[in-house]
Design a protein around this ligand. Sequence first.
Ligand code: TRP
Length: 90
Amino acid sequence: MAEEEKNSKFSNDYIVIRAEENGINVIGMTRGRDTRFHHTEKLDKGEVMIAQFTENTSAIKIRGRARILTGIGEIRSGPENETGTEGARK
Ligand code: TRP
């Protein structure tokens, strides 16, 4: 294991975000005393982002319909009861 990995103060776990519609926003929030947006990434349907929490990012906000996989489980973001244009979600 690399020295910098051993010394990391933060989890090295990746999170996976898969957009289930166009125009999903993945927003990185700053670590530390203030909680600001520092990065916004737009994903279109089917696009996948694989990311980690870092020294600069302590929270991630996801806007829109997406599947999110993390070490603590899987969740979907977005409206509960809307099925979109393709019928029921599976
Ligand atoms: N800037 C905050 C921090 O680093 C961001 C944050 C992390 C946060 N976890 C939170 C904000 C929980 C509200 C609730 O601590």
